[in-house]
Design a protein around this ligand. Structure first.
Ligand code: PGA
Length: 257
Protein backbone atom coordinates (compact mmCIF):
# COMPACT_ATOMS: atom_id res chain seq x y z
CA UNK A 1 0.00 0.00 0.00
CA UNK A 2 1.32 3.45 -0.90
CA UNK A 3 2.53 5.25 2.19
CA UNK A 4 4.46 8.35 3.05
CA UNK A 5 7.81 7.43 4.57
CA UNK A 6 10.71 9.42 5.99
CA UNK A 7 13.72 7.15 6.35
CA UNK A 8 17.09 8.03 7.83
CA UNK A 9 20.15 6.31 6.44
CA UNK A 10 22.81 6.72 9.09
CA UNK A 11 25.48 5.09 6.89
CA UNK A 12 28.73 4.42 8.85
CA UNK A 13 28.18 7.14 11.42
CA UNK A 14 27.61 7.36 15.19
CA UNK A 15 28.92 5.25 18.03
CA UNK A 16 26.43 2.98 19.75
CA UNK A 17 25.86 5.55 22.47
CA UNK A 18 25.32 8.34 19.94
CA UNK A 19 22.97 6.19 17.89
CA UNK A 20 20.83 5.27 20.89
CA UNK A 21 20.66 8.95 21.84
CA UNK A 22 19.56 9.94 18.33
CA UNK A 23 16.92 7.21 18.14
CA UNK A 24 15.60 8.22 21.57
CA UNK A 25 15.30 11.85 20.46
CA UNK A 26 13.42 10.77 17.34
CA UNK A 27 11.21 8.50 19.43
CA UNK A 28 10.40 11.35 21.83
CA UNK A 29 9.42 13.54 18.90
CA UNK A 30 7.16 10.86 17.48
CA UNK A 31 5.57 10.22 20.87
CA UNK A 32 4.81 13.93 21.24
CA UNK A 33 3.69 14.25 17.62
CA UNK A 34 1.75 11.08 16.83
CA UNK A 35 2.42 10.31 13.20
CA UNK A 36 -1.25 9.75 12.46
CA UNK A 37 -1.89 13.38 13.38
CA UNK A 38 0.81 14.78 11.08
CA UNK A 39 0.16 15.72 7.44
CA UNK A 40 0.67 12.63 5.32
CA UNK A 41 0.60 10.33 8.36
CA UNK A 42 4.17 9.31 7.57
CA UNK A 43 5.99 6.22 8.72
CA UNK A 44 9.46 6.93 10.12
CA UNK A 45 12.36 4.52 9.66
CA UNK A 46 15.94 4.49 10.91
CA UNK A 47 18.45 2.52 8.82
CA UNK A 48 21.29 2.00 11.26
CA UNK A 49 24.62 0.22 11.28
CA UNK A 50 24.27 -3.40 12.42
CA UNK A 51 25.82 -2.55 15.79
CA UNK A 52 22.90 -0.27 16.64
CA UNK A 53 20.10 -2.27 15.12
CA UNK A 54 18.89 -4.34 18.08
CA UNK A 55 18.79 -1.37 20.44
CA UNK A 56 17.12 0.93 17.91
CA UNK A 57 14.57 -1.69 16.86
CA UNK A 58 13.70 -2.32 20.52
CA UNK A 59 13.46 1.40 21.15
CA UNK A 60 11.11 1.85 18.19
CA UNK A 61 8.97 -1.21 18.87
CA UNK A 62 6.36 0.39 21.10
CA UNK A 63 5.74 3.46 18.94
CA UNK A 64 3.21 3.29 16.15
CA UNK A 65 4.77 4.10 12.79
CA UNK A 66 8.38 4.14 13.98
CA UNK A 67 10.65 1.37 12.74
CA UNK A 68 14.21 0.25 12.12
CA UNK A 69 16.12 -1.29 9.27
CA UNK A 70 19.52 -2.54 8.20
CA UNK A 71 21.59 -0.96 5.44
CA UNK A 72 22.48 -4.23 3.78
CA UNK A 73 22.12 -7.99 4.05
CA UNK A 74 23.90 -10.98 2.57
CA UNK A 75 22.50 -13.07 -0.28
CA UNK A 76 22.89 -16.40 1.52
CA UNK A 77 20.98 -17.86 4.47
CA UNK A 78 24.07 -18.47 6.61
CA UNK A 79 27.53 -19.94 6.52
CA UNK A 80 31.19 -19.11 6.10
CA UNK A 81 30.91 -15.45 5.10
CA UNK A 82 33.07 -13.71 7.67
CA UNK A 83 31.91 -10.23 8.48
CA UNK A 84 28.51 -10.58 6.83
CA UNK A 85 24.98 -10.46 8.24
CA UNK A 86 22.00 -12.50 7.07
CA UNK A 87 18.39 -11.49 6.53
CA UNK A 88 17.30 -13.90 9.30
CA UNK A 89 19.71 -12.23 11.74
CA UNK A 90 18.33 -8.80 10.85
CA UNK A 91 14.78 -10.03 11.33
CA UNK A 92 15.73 -11.50 14.72
CA UNK A 93 16.62 -8.03 16.03
CA UNK A 94 13.06 -6.88 15.53
CA UNK A 95 13.99 -4.72 12.53
CA UNK A 96 11.59 -5.09 9.62
CA UNK A 97 13.31 -3.26 6.79
CA UNK A 98 16.50 -3.45 4.76
CA UNK A 99 18.12 -1.18 2.19
CA UNK A 100 19.01 -3.00 -1.01
CA UNK A 101 21.28 -1.56 -3.66
CA UNK A 102 22.29 1.76 -2.18
CA UNK A 103 24.61 3.42 -4.67
CA UNK A 104 27.48 3.19 -2.17
CA UNK A 105 26.96 -0.58 -2.04
CA UNK A 106 26.83 -0.72 -5.83
CA UNK A 107 29.94 1.37 -6.39
CA UNK A 108 32.24 0.63 -3.41
CA UNK A 109 31.28 -2.99 -2.87
CA UNK A 110 30.63 -4.03 -6.45
CA UNK A 111 27.04 -5.14 -5.92
CA UNK A 112 25.59 -6.09 -9.27
CA UNK A 113 21.97 -6.12 -10.36
CA UNK A 114 22.02 -9.90 -10.04
CA UNK A 115 23.30 -9.77 -6.46
CA UNK A 116 20.67 -7.16 -5.61
CA UNK A 117 17.93 -9.38 -7.02
CA UNK A 118 19.15 -12.16 -4.71
CA UNK A 119 19.23 -9.79 -1.73
CA UNK A 120 15.68 -8.68 -2.50
CA UNK A 121 14.59 -12.29 -2.69
CA UNK A 122 16.12 -13.33 0.62
CA UNK A 123 14.84 -10.19 2.36
CA UNK A 124 11.29 -10.96 1.25
CA UNK A 125 11.70 -14.59 2.26
CA UNK A 126 12.44 -13.42 5.80
CA UNK A 127 9.60 -10.89 5.83
CA UNK A 128 11.89 -7.89 5.66
CA UNK A 129 10.65 -5.00 3.54
CA UNK A 130 13.28 -4.14 0.93
CA UNK A 131 13.83 -0.45 0.24
CA UNK A 132 15.36 -0.84 -3.20
CA UNK A 133 17.62 2.02 -4.31
CA UNK A 134 18.16 3.09 -7.90
CA UNK A 135 19.63 6.12 -9.63
CA UNK A 136 21.98 7.37 -12.29
CA UNK A 137 25.44 8.93 -12.06
CA UNK A 138 26.07 12.42 -13.42
CA UNK A 139 27.57 11.30 -16.72
CA UNK A 140 24.49 9.21 -17.39
CA UNK A 141 22.19 12.15 -16.72
CA UNK A 142 24.30 14.46 -18.86
CA UNK A 143 24.10 11.90 -21.65
CA UNK A 144 20.32 11.76 -21.12
CA UNK A 145 20.51 8.09 -20.25
CA UNK A 146 19.03 8.45 -16.77
CA UNK A 147 15.65 6.94 -17.61
CA UNK A 148 17.26 3.94 -19.30
CA UNK A 149 19.67 3.40 -16.40
CA UNK A 150 16.93 3.42 -13.78
CA UNK A 151 14.72 1.20 -15.93
CA UNK A 152 17.48 -1.37 -16.27
CA UNK A 153 18.19 -1.32 -12.52
CA UNK A 154 14.52 -1.93 -11.77
CA UNK A 155 14.07 -4.56 -14.46
CA UNK A 156 17.05 -6.57 -13.29
CA UNK A 157 16.63 -5.97 -9.56
CA UNK A 158 12.87 -6.12 -9.09
CA UNK A 159 10.72 -6.73 -12.14
CA UNK A 160 11.10 -10.50 -11.96
CA UNK A 161 9.10 -10.48 -8.70
CA UNK A 162 5.50 -11.67 -8.65
CA UNK A 163 2.88 -8.97 -8.20
CA UNK A 164 2.36 -9.99 -4.57
CA UNK A 165 6.07 -9.83 -3.86
CA UNK A 166 6.55 -6.52 -5.65
CA UNK A 167 3.75 -5.01 -3.57
CA UNK A 168 5.95 -5.42 -0.48
CA UNK A 169 8.84 -3.38 -1.89
CA UNK A 170 9.56 0.33 -1.45
CA UNK A 171 11.64 2.10 -4.11
CA UNK A 172 14.09 4.91 -3.39
CA UNK A 173 15.21 7.02 -6.36
CA UNK A 174 18.58 8.46 -5.45
CA UNK A 175 20.47 10.23 -8.24
CA UNK A 176 24.09 9.48 -7.37
CA UNK A 177 25.17 13.05 -8.24
CA UNK A 178 22.89 14.31 -5.45
CA UNK A 179 24.02 11.94 -2.69
CA UNK A 180 26.10 13.69 -0.06
CA UNK A 181 26.95 16.50 -2.47
CA UNK A 182 24.59 19.21 -1.30
CA UNK A 183 23.23 19.31 -4.87
CA UNK A 184 19.60 18.21 -4.70
CA UNK A 185 17.54 17.15 -7.67
CA UNK A 186 15.00 19.88 -8.31
CA UNK A 187 11.45 18.97 -7.33
CA UNK A 188 10.69 18.85 -11.07
CA UNK A 189 13.57 16.46 -11.77
CA UNK A 190 12.48 14.22 -8.89
CA UNK A 191 8.84 14.28 -9.98
CA UNK A 192 9.78 13.51 -13.59
CA UNK A 193 11.74 10.41 -12.60
CA UNK A 194 9.22 9.25 -10.00
CA UNK A 195 6.40 9.53 -12.55
CA UNK A 196 8.52 7.57 -15.01
CA UNK A 197 9.20 4.84 -12.43
CA UNK A 198 5.49 4.63 -11.68
CA UNK A 199 4.75 4.42 -15.40
CA UNK A 200 7.10 1.49 -15.99
CA UNK A 201 5.74 -0.30 -12.91
CA UNK A 202 2.29 0.12 -14.47
CA UNK A 203 3.54 -1.35 -17.73
CA UNK A 204 5.22 -4.29 -16.01
CA UNK A 205 2.45 -5.01 -13.47
CA UNK A 206 -0.68 -2.86 -13.62
CA UNK A 207 -2.01 0.59 -12.71
CA UNK A 208 -3.14 -0.47 -9.23
CA UNK A 209 0.29 -1.83 -8.33
CA UNK A 210 1.93 1.31 -9.73
CA UNK A 211 -0.37 3.58 -7.78
CA UNK A 212 0.24 1.62 -4.57
CA UNK A 213 4.05 1.69 -4.78
CA UNK A 214 5.86 3.99 -2.39
CA UNK A 215 8.67 5.86 -4.16
CA UNK A 216 11.08 7.86 -1.99
CA UNK A 217 13.52 10.52 -3.12
CA UNK A 218 17.07 10.58 -1.76
CA UNK A 219 20.07 12.81 -2.34
CA UNK A 220 20.80 15.92 -0.26
CA UNK A 221 17.22 16.09 0.94
CA UNK A 222 17.22 18.25 4.05
CA UNK A 223 15.09 20.29 6.45
CA UNK A 224 15.01 23.19 3.98
CA UNK A 225 14.10 21.45 0.75
CA UNK A 226 12.03 18.46 1.92
CA UNK A 227 8.67 20.24 1.77
CA UNK A 228 8.97 21.23 -1.89
CA UNK A 229 10.17 17.76 -2.85
CA UNK A 230 7.43 16.00 -0.85
CA UNK A 231 4.80 18.29 -2.38
CA UNK A 232 5.27 16.58 -5.73
CA UNK A 233 2.58 14.10 -6.62
CA UNK A 234 4.77 11.06 -7.11
CA UNK A 235 7.29 11.74 -4.33
CA UNK A 236 6.13 9.74 -1.32
CA UNK A 237 8.85 10.80 1.08
CA UNK A 238 12.59 10.67 1.44
CA UNK A 239 15.64 8.58 2.18
CA UNK A 240 17.76 10.98 4.16
CA UNK A 241 21.50 10.64 4.74
CA UNK A 242 23.37 13.56 6.31
CA UNK A 243 20.28 15.33 7.59
CA UNK A 244 19.10 12.19 9.41
CA UNK A 245 21.99 12.44 11.88
CA UNK A 246 20.60 15.53 13.58
CA UNK A 247 17.33 14.95 15.42
CA UNK A 248 16.06 18.50 14.85
CA UNK A 249 16.63 18.39 11.10
CA UNK A 250 15.22 14.90 10.74
CA UNK A 251 12.11 15.79 12.76
CA UNK A 252 11.57 18.88 10.60
CA UNK A 253 11.68 16.60 7.56
CA UNK A 254 9.12 14.28 9.19
CA UNK A 255 6.78 17.29 9.40
CA UNK A 256 7.34 18.32 5.77
CA UNK A 257 4.35 16.70 4.03
P1 PGA B 1 22.39 12.33 1.61
O1 PGA B 1 22.34 10.73 1.45
O2 PGA B 1 21.03 12.74 2.13
O3 PGA B 1 23.48 12.59 2.61
O4 PGA B 1 22.66 12.91 0.27
C1 PGA B 1 21.19 10.07 0.99
C2 PGA B 1 21.47 8.60 0.89
O5 PGA B 1 22.57 8.23 0.50
O6 PGA B 1 20.60 7.76 1.19
Amino acid sequence: MRKKIVAGNWKMNLTLEEGIKLSSEIKDFVKNNPLDNLPGKPEVLMFTPFIHLTAVAENAADVQGLGAGAQNCHTEEKGAFTGETSAAMIKSTGAENVLVGHSERRSYFGETDQVLAQKTEIALKHALRPVFCCGEVLDERNAEKHFDVVKEQLEKGLFWLSEDEFAKVVIAYEPVWAIGTGVTASPEQAQEMHAYIRKIIGEKYNATVANNTTILYGGSCNAKNAAELFAKEDVDGGLIGGASLKADDFCTIIKSF
